[in-house]
Design a protein around this ligand. Structure first.
Ligand SMILES: O=C(O)CCC(=O)C(=O)O
Length: 260
């Protein structure tokens, strides 16, 4: 899978340092975008697998819909190549100043009527390593109407904001932040740090808003993907946990999981 050759310029590096996120427009060429979309469609139709492909569903105004698929690189050579080789992990490595390794990968479908996410910092959701960077790959245009990401300024490079019982940013703290929506076009990528506060709205349009979220950590902190997913398996199996994450940031209703 080919990406346009892309290197971070000085302006992007300083915006990353200042804000903890950067938006790179048209990073993925049309052919690769079409291939990624068709692989995502295929994965969405592929049955969940024990210790493998995991699907999560939510109840929407038009019935039960797929909201997330995780742990899929073993089931798509094309997506594995996009996610683990070439420009996407190379930029993550540049942002870490160390070689990056994949921590987890997910597809958020945000179907029509699909729910948004409460204000949170990913650092509260991811165990095992304390610093992650996520690359969002927009497979559809992401707009305010269909629930694009909305960022706020980090309180400090590695500072955590006050949380509520669900592990999300407490309401009063969230209300005091300045939020700005980052709209993106299909083929754009957006990197954000695990300490960057973010949230999103629901999808009020009639079309899905599909995006890949590829989360990396510095390899020098260990390769924890297998451990992370083994732990998720245990949580899901032990208490029928139906949250899509270790924190309760997803606002969807009647969440259900199928991993086997
Ligand atoms: O896809 C979205 O709208 C936001 C996703 C998000 O913040 C997350 O999955 O942690």
């Amino acid at each position: 899978m080919k990406l346009k050759n892309y290197l971070l310029d000085e302006d992007q590096k300083s915006r990353w340092k200042e804000n903890g996120w950067i938006h790179i427009e048209a990073a993925i060429d049309t052919r690769s975008l079409a291939l990624a979309r068709s692989e995502v469609d295929r994965l969405a139709r592929t049955p969940a697998m024990e210790k493998g492909l995991t699907h999560y569903y939510e109840e929407t105004h038009s019935g039960k819909k797929l909201c997330r698929t995780e742990r899929f690189i073993e089931h798509s050579e094309q997506l594995e190549e996009l996610i683990t080789t070439g420009v996407i992990p190379e930029i993550a490595s540049a942002l870490f100043s160390h070689e990056a390794v994949l921590f987890k990968e997910k597809i958020n479908y945000k179907m029509p009527g699909g729910a948004g996410f409460s204000a949170h910092q990913d650092a509260t959701a991811y165990d095992f390593v304390n610093h992650h960077i996520t690359c969002l790959v927009a497979l559809d245009n992401m707009t305010k109407e269909n629930g694009c990401l909305i960022f706020a300024q980090r309180p400090g490079e590695k500072a955590l904001l006050k949380t509520n019982n669900a592990g999300c940013i407490d309401q009063k703290t969230a209300n005091a932040l300045d939020w700005f929506a980052v709209e993106a076009r299909a083929g754009d990528i957006v990197y954000f740090d695990s300490y960057t506060p973010h949230k999103s709205g629901s999808n009020a349009t009639n079309a899905p808003r599909t995006a890949l979220y590829l989360t990396y950590n510095a390899l020098q902190d260990a390769d924890m993907r297998a451990t992370y997913y083994d732990n998720r398996d245990r949580i899901i199996a032990s208490n029928q946990e139906s949250r899509i994450s270790t924190i309760g940031h997803f606002k969807g209703q009647n969440i259900s999981t199928s991993s086997s």
